[in-house]
Design a protein around this ligand. Sequence first.
Ligand SMILES: C[S@@+](CC[C@H](N)C(=O)[O-])C[C@H]1O[C@@H](n2cnc3c(N)ncnc32)[C@H](O)[C@@H]1O
Length: 229
Amino acid sequence: MSDQAFPDYRLFGRRQDRPLKARQRRLMQDLLPKVAITKDEIDQAAYKARPIWLEIGFGGGEHLAWHAARNPDVLMIGAEPFINGVAKLLAAIDEQKLDNVRILHGDARDLLLHFPAGSVERLFVLHPDPWPKKKHHKRRIVSPLLLKEAARILRSDAEMRVASDIPDYIRWTLMHLQMHNKNSEDFYWSARRKTDWADAPEDWPQTRYEAKAIREGRVPTYLSFRRLP
Ligand SMILES: C[S@@+](CC[C@H](N)C(=O)[O-])C[C@H]1O[C@@H](n2cnc3c(N)ncnc32)[C@H](O)[C@@H]1O
């Protein structure tokens, strides 16, 4: 448990777009309570038994479900306030009978502070909301406090992956990483050549969000950092 507190600005856009279909409503009512994770559960011993991968803002859950299906020994935890996204992930859990997914339907910040130090093996922050206007930059999830918490919860050599199709967000992330490292050298960016950040990693399922961004002419960048011991 961290002794930090995140500022309480809202960091996400809509909580819902289309009304849920009957099946989605049923899944929200019946399945969500079974897979929901609470802050108090996070440090229970059961979770320490297998590696934890955490995804902040899983959108439609395609990336999270893809990894859960291929990594049954990993506990995939995802946080997402967008109801339609949560309903989509629940459908994937139901259809693929995934038993290694836990969901926080809400703001990831509520969860982050409760992870024990060194308890997370991989952290994904994929295409975070860009908040393009300067006056909204304080709402960007990548922030000094997020990096501080990421450094705390990631175990040695863990991976933190950040992707964005917004060049300014990539610059923002690298700048904050550099600033963080000046105070405490926690992260290592191993990219040496363009393909290291321009090509999607091998274990990268494209989400609907990313496919749309590419269709619209935006170019994703993939940053992968290691937690230094
Ligand atoms: C642009 S979408 C990308 C979705 C997904 N990661 C992808 O790549 O397809 C960003 C998502 O982050 C979510 N989000 C924003 N702030 C969040 C927060 N504080 N905690 C959890 N999710 C958040 C939004 O609701 C939205 O679904």
